[in-house]
Design a protein around this ligand. Sequence first.
Ligand SMILES: [Fe+2]
Length: 494
Amino acid sequence: MTEPTQNIESAFCRNGKETPEPIRAEVTGTLPSWLQGTLLRNGPGLFSVGDTSYNHWFDGMSLIHSFTFKDELNIFNTHFRAFTYLLNTIPNFTDNNLVNIIRYGEDYYASSEINFINQIDPSTLETVARVNYRNHIALNLATAHPHYDEEGNTYNIGTSIMAMTGPKYVIFKVPANATDKEKKPVLKKLEQVCSIPVRSNLYPSYFHSFGMTANYIIFVEQAFKLDVIRLATAYFRGETWGRCLKYDKDDVTLFHLIDRKTGKAVDTKFYGDAFVVFHHINAYEEKGHVVFDLITYKDGSLYDMFYMENMKKEIQEEGETVPSPVSQRFVIPINADLKEVPVGTNLVKLEDTSATAVLQKDGSLFLTPDSLFEGLELPGINYKYNTKKHRYFYGSRMDWSPKITKVTKVDTVTRTYMEWTEKDCYPSEPVFVASPDAVDEDDGVILSSVVSLSPKKPPFMLVLDAKTFKEIARASINASVHLDLHGLFIREKS
Ligand SMILES: [Fe+2]
């Protein structure tokens, strides 16, 4: 059992404060001179307005902060501020973009999973514009975890719930050159890649991210589903979308493999046991297989962990169980001749994984995963390895509660891991930044903003050597920093 901690609710559930003017941080250790740019981070930061309090952490109003690494003197600045709508007394659940920062073209957006995104100025954090996906493509939800290719194009997936022909999943691309001088919305240049029919019109799958390789998009149609009728009336009943999810443990998972060039799904059906997934780690192709790593759960109760009453608990109560996130590797053979092998054959030929894909009587393949690691969430990789075979991934350790106390690096080859932890400290999702002359995959640093419960220790930006996981610098910030969800590092243009 985890040791009880002091006043954790004050760190998780307190209202954040704006720091509109940059504050210089106090650096100990040595920041790499090549580390130039801004880390933008997003997450819920306001949990009560007047007499109204939110019951769920994900209902908290978005608060964005930025950490700027600038000039040869390694001066570190930070400031963070809320959107103007933070001041609204009536929460507008349609534009509370609290999950991530995403890039379309050369523009940056605060994003959740709804049809509105807020363009922000990454240097001032001011809101530039509110953009509605629906003005450019018919969809009601879209993820806050797009993919970017080497040319700078952005790919994302959403759900069109209200389509005349019934719900469907839609994959789209925003070209790298979508930002134009006339300041037309970048989504004007959005291109639809393909649409995927849903298995059940009333219960389309919920999804939080997806996978991409050099040639394929991987979409996991999971047994964790949206109740469309409930969702349609949620706002009027004062419910958040999280209340409109249901997990069907007796269903199966359907994996869609879509050719990125043609937009067509591979003919073979790929199934697996039911599970819940929020985050894809990475996906790649190897020797005629598509390999993709996911963080999976055995049920959908993760959402319940984030109710404020649960987050304020300091110790685990007897009999209380929470699902453990498991990093799992799935493998789909793409070149196998299914007519030449008997039913029951495992068609995975890779030697470094125990994942299987077994031919069924109906010609489908049933996938069973290879477990890589247990107890890690908020995964990230060296993004240069996105769509390519990676060895390492990074993330936050989660024990019985969402209170994160460790940053972790997992080696998928040796199946070993490294950790950073410090007493009374709560580190954010780690973000990998590659060094400019990187040779090895883990040549670079890990950035994590750390909130401390000790009154003697102000919040700080932690910088780890990604290879050794040793601390090389920390920059203490004399300001309020809140626990958050996701972020994006924007390199300074040289
Ligand atoms: Fe996420």
